[in-house]
Structure formats: structure tokens, C-alpha cells
Design a protein around this ligand. Structure first.
Ligand SMILES: NC(=O)c1ccc[n+]([C@@H]2O[C@H](COP(=O)([O-])OP(=O)(O)OC[C@H]3O[C@@H](n4cnc5c(N)ncnc54)[C@H](OP(=O)(O)O)[C@@H]3O)[C@@H](O)[C@H]2O)c1
Length: 274
């Protein structure tokens, strides 16, 4: 398979590799395999406990660091003044250098969001990351982030796939001029059963994951599916060369509901429409 060129969405490679819950040698081998196939965007987090393995894999992969795009996320337990910067220094050490994108992983339950955003911005100023962004922010929180820090917010990483209606959040992100990054983009396989996805896959002679990932990317949303299987990683990449019709896009979207989450997320449960 020739190495594909992965388009950028707001400077972020449109298809990346999720790394939760990869660990130890499987994590290193999977990342090296994916980079060998052409992946350049790797998503990790302090919470996943695998930043050191990500660092080892990218050091050994044979692709120059400036050709890679590494995202990590500050754990909710590290969002306070006393722990934020130290935790990011540990991430930088584990990764073998600064990430390309540093996110607040989950907004804090006690809503000290402005303080956490200021600490995030300080990491950018200190040069410990190339970009900053947020994750699991609701429309109201996303407006708050942009009001506080401006256009420097590079993305909002959220659950996004055709079983979950994210219309309101997408409209807010579009209005603010920043992209969403889709986690759980295939809803851990549940999206494969959507009749419109199966119909499009049959029409294009491809597999359901390709339709689902293409549906995401074709909307200008970045997708970061996790797989440790070479065949799945190759198949997910093929989404880049598919093109869905307007009818296929809307038919795929028609299965989405507000309750279609795969991950409901502790204290955020019930607050997503905020
Ligand atoms: N910011 C956040 O709060 C947050 C939350 C959740 C996840 N994430 C990030 O998003 C990434 C992806 O999300 P996720 O792991 O929850 O869900 P996902 O990517 O939707 O689904 C992963 C599952 O799908 C399978 N899979 C992947 N490609 C496949 C293919 N082509 N055919 C069949 N099965 C396939 C994988 O199995 P195999 O490995 O066997 O292929 C795995 O079991 C995570 O790894 C993490 O980096 C972020």
C-alpha cells in the first residue's frame, strides 16, 4: 500500500491513531506499525499511562519528529495551580520532547475553568507545547475558552460519530472557527450496524469503518480511531480516499440521537447539552 498523504484540518492531521488502552510493548509496536503505514498523528494522555511508550515509539520509528503530530492531555487531577506545570513537565520528559497539542482532558467538576485555561496558556508561553486546546467541553464551556484565550484554542476533542447528535456543539465550534476532534469515532464498532453505513459500504465496495470515518472527516472533523491491528489500521486509512455523496452524508447522520454516547464520563453525565 503506498504511503498516503494525510490532509490537515486546522494544522492537525485529519486521521490519527488513538492509543487508549494500549500499554507496554503492544503500545510501542502499534505506534511503529501505524507510522510505518503513514499515520503521523498520535493521541495520548496522562490518564492513559502510556506517554513513555509513545515517546519510545516515536524516537525509534525512523520518521523525523517534525513530521509527527503528538497530542497529550492534562489529567483532571492535575488541573490545579499546584500540579499543572509539573505534570506537563513529566509528560514532556516521557514523550521525549514537547507535544504538538496539549489539551485539558476533562473540564473540572467544580468549574474552575478560567483558572485551568490560564494554566494551559502558560504552558504555550513556556514553550512546553506547540498548540493548546480542550476536550469534553460543552458549547458553553467552549465559548468560555475562546472568550478567555481567543483563537489560540486549536480544537475541542469530543465523542463524535453517527450515533451521537453533536449538531449544537459542531455549530458552536464552526461559529468559533475551530475544529472538533472525534474520539470513539466508530463508537467502538457500534456504528457498523447503521443501515445507511452498510448501504454506503456496499455501494462503494468498502467496509463500514471507512464510511463512518469518511463521514466524520468529510465534515471537517479530525478522527482518531484506536486499533492495534494492522489490517484495521490500513482499512481506517482508506477512509481518506473515499468520497460520500450528500445523500449518503445525511442518511448516515439520521441515526444520531442525543443519548447515543459510548462514554458518558463521570461528572459530565447529564451536563453535555449545557
Ligand atoms: N478525550 C477523551 O476524553 C477521550 C475519550 C475516549 C477516547 N479518546 C481517544 O480516542 C481514541 C479512540 O476512541 P476509542 O478507543 O474509545 O473508540 P474507537 O476508536 O471508536 O473504537 C476502538 C475499537 O474499535 C476497533 N476498531 C478500530 N478500527 C477498526 C476496524 N477498522 N474494524 C473493526 N474494528 C476496529 C478497535 O479494535 P482493534 O484494536 O481490535 O482493531 C477498538 O476495539 C482513544 O484511543 C483515545 O486516544 C479520548
Amino acid at each position: 500500500m503506498p504511503t498516503p498523504t494525510i490532509p490537515l484540518i486546522n494544522g492537525i492531521p485529519a486521521l490519527g491513531l488513538g492509543t487508549y488502552p494500549l500499554s507496554s510493548a503492544t503500545c510501542i509496536d502499534t505506534i511503529r506499525m501505524a507510522i510505518g503505514l503513514g499515520y503521523r498523528h498520535i493521541d495520548t494522555a496522562q490518564m492513559y499511562g502510556n506517554e513513555r511508550e509513545v515517546g519510545e515509539a516515536i524516537a525509534a520509528c525512523g520518521v523525523a519528529r517534525d513530521q509527527l503530530f503528538i497530542t497529550t492531555k492534562v489529567d483532571p487531577s492535575n488541573l490545579g495551580q499546584a500540579r499543572f506545570a509539573e505534570s506537563v513537565k513529566r509528560s514532556v520528559d516521557a514523550l521525549g520532547g514537547s507535544p504538538d497539542l496539549l489539551l485539558i482532558h476533562w473540564p473540572p467538576p467544580d468549574a474552575e475553568i478560567d483558572a485551568a485555561l490560564d494554566l494551559l496558556a502558560a504552558e504555550l508561553q513556556a514553550g512546553r507545547t506547540r498548540r493548546i486546546g480542550v476536550s469534553n467541553f460543552t458549547p458553553r464551556m467552549l465559548r468560555q475558552a475562546v472568550n478567555r484565550l481567543g483563537k489560540v484554542i486549536a480544537c475541542n476533542q469530543v465523542e463524535f460519530h453517527p450515533l451521537l447528535d453533536q449538531t449544537a456543539l459542531k455549530a458552536t465550534a464552526d461559529e468559533l472557527g475551530l475544529p472538533l476532534v472525534a474520539y470513539s469515532p466508530i463508537a467502538r464498532g457500534k456504528t457498523f450496524a447503521i443501515p445507511a453505513v452498510q448501504a454506503a459500504a456496499a455501494r462503494h465496495g468498502c467496509s463500514a469503518n471507512e464510511v463512518v470515518l469518511r463521514w466524520i472527516i468529510q465534515q471537517g472533523v479530525v478522527a482518531i480511531p484506536k486499533t492495534d491491528k494492522r489490517a484495521h489500521a490500513e482499512s481506517n486509512l482508506r477512509a481518506l480516499s473515499l468520497e460520500l455523496s450528500a445523500d449518503e452524508m445525511s442518511a448516515t447522520a439520521s441515526s444520531a440521537t442525543r443519548s447515543g454516547r459510548t462514554i458518558n464520563g463521570s461528572w459530565m453525565a447529564g451536563r453535555w447539552d449545557d
